[in-house]
Design a protein around this ligand. Structure first.
Ligand code: 4NP
Length: 199
């Protein structure tokens, strides 16, 4: 992608999808509690999907935690191993969410209802609050899809049903479940971005 298409981009046929036509960069921040299990997994899976689609110049990704306990740490070894089994690489060091994230990112994608509520509490204003969404809203199988306007209080409406469960203190299978849920939702999220339905 990139901006070299210039004015000519607007003259392309209508079959060009809106996202690929306008050359904009979309910035996504995945957010969980510790930034060592779920959000680095979502970042790693989404990065692979974005690269597969050749959209790495158009979609920028990062992740953060609402908590500070693991700041500076690499992704949890169990998450790295589970992702590696499926061919995904997890990178980066944990960091805590910061005020500027609400300006720097177009979409802040929470892993569970608790992360969603915390991000909405921290959001400095209404516009920023509306950037905060639940990851599994984007899973076509979740039944929420794009019908829900961003301002709708999805987490309370579904009462945790759309959470990516926290695997940190759970059994090993929890990391497999995280990958299943995250992958399905990231496929849907990428599709919505490409079709112009998100952010
Ligand atoms: P995450 O998992 O939010 O998916 O990174 C957790 C990691 C650490 C803790 C909780 C959840 N913790 O309590 O230290």
């Amino acid at each position: 992608m990139g901006g070299s298409d210039g004015a000519g981009a607007d003259e392309r046929s209508d079959t060009t999808r809106p996202y690929e036509r306008d050359g904009e960069v979309t910035r996504l921040l995945f957010v969980c509690l510790g930034n060592i299990c779920r959000s680095p997994t979502a970042e790693g899976v989404m990065r692979a999907l974005v690269e597969q689609a050749g959209l790495q110049d158009s979609i920028e990704l990062d992740s953060a935690g609402t908590g500070a306990w693991h700041v500076g740490n690499p992704p949890d070894a169990r998450a790295v191993a589970a992702a590696g089994e499926r061919g995904f690489e997890l990178h980066g060091r944990a960091r805590q969410i910061r005020r500027e994230d609400f300006d720097d990112f177009d979409l802040m994608v929470a892993m569970d209802g608790e992360n969603l509520r915390e991000l909405r509490r921290l959001a400095p204003g209404r516009d920023e609050r509306e950037k905060v969404r639940l990851l599994r809203e984007f899973d076509p199988a979740s039944g929420v899809g794009s019908e829900a306007p961003p301002s709708r209080p999805i987490a309370s409406r579904v009462a945790g049903e759309l959470d990516v469960p926290d695997p940190y203190y759970g059994a090993a299978g929890g990391f497999e479940e995280v990958l299943d849920l995250v992958h399905a939702a990231c496929v849907g999220l990428l599709e919505q971005i490409r079709s112009g339905q998100a952010p």
